[in-house]
Design a protein around this ligand. Structure first.
Ligand SMILES: C[S@@+](CC[C@H](N)C(=O)[O-])C[C@H]1O[C@@H](n2cnc3c(N)ncnc32)[C@H](O)[C@@H]1O
Length: 247
């Protein structure tokens, strides 16, 4: 009996942590008058993203929830990135495609590679591109250590709320440099570290400064930092050129 109670308690804690990663107010509900969609029944073990809710349908719904989309300020992100209409973009950890579809609209003569490790996320991207008649989004199934973007072709790699889901990140981003054009950019939108009223709990995020230190170690230099989001850091990086290397 006691053992069963302990197992139930541990399982509950794990589920709560996974839900927290799905987006703003998943667990706290603080600071919002919005509410996330009614959760569907759990189907454990169905999400390849180990940091996400194991009920992938519920996770996807939460990623598309109104309050989360409002916090992401997709239009402002697109505007600040000022992409050419023929830009080629890689959306790393695209989820259900909130940003992929916005990039596709902003770059009608370009191409968006929407990459995710979880096939159900890509199914949702496919539904959306079919429903909206979008012709310039290519869904790509990622491996744990590779988004499978085409080498040397990308003007921008974009990473939203996914950085802390990745493993062995310095090596991952070192490799990622090879998919960028020489003047290509890496843009990262990531929950601010520490305790904030939305998003994952503080101890589920990286400590302050870790992401920046890792990206620098991977060979990037920061070129822009926007003060646009209440709960996110929004930073743009370029691959460090040899003369800037100092290594
Ligand atoms: C919090 S969601 C963010 C989704 C999307 N970027 C957005 O902002 O709506 C994190 C996403 O990263 C994906 N993911 C996790 N690990 C990954 C990996 N190694 N490669 C590619 N995608 C990954 C998950 O499946 C999930 O869709």
């Amino acid at each position: 009996m006691k053992a069963a109670r302990i197992v139930r308690g541990v399982a509950g804690a794990v589920l709560a942590l996974a839900l927290a990663c799905a987006g703003p107010r998943a667990t706290t509900g603080v600071g919002s008058s919005h509410s996330a969609p009614e959760p569907r029944p759990a189907a454990p073990g169905t999400n390849r993203d180990r940091h996400g809710d194991q009920d992938v349908a519920r996770y996807i719904d939460r990623l598309q929830s109104e309050d989360r989309i409002a916090d992401l300020q997709v239009d402002i992100v697109i505007e600040r990135l000022a992409l050419a209409s023929d830009a080629v973009v890689g959306d790393l950890g695209c989820g259900p495609g909130v940003f992929s579809l916005a990039f596709a609209q902003a770059c009608p003569r370009g191409l968006v590679f929407a990459s995710d490790i979880e096939p159900a996320q890509l199914d949702r991207v496919r539904e959306r591109i079919r429903d909206q008649g979008v012709r310039n989004v290519v869904p790509v199934l990622a491996s744990e250590d590779d988004p499978h973007f085409p080498p040397g072709r990308l003007d921008l790699v974009f990473v939203a709320d996914t950085y802390h889901h990745l493993e062995d990140r310095v090596a991952y981003f070192e490799r990622l440099r090879s998919v960028l054009k020489p003047d290509g950019r890496l843009a990262i939108l990531e929950y601010k570290p520490g305790k904030i009223p939305v998003g994952p709990p503080a101890d589920h995020k990286l400590p302050a400064g870790t992401m920046q230190a890792e990206i620098e170690e991977a060979g990037f230099v920061q070129v822009e930092k926007f003060d646009t989001h209440a709960w996110h850091d929004f930073e743009v990086w370029c691959a460090r050129r040899p003369r800037e290397s100092g290594r």
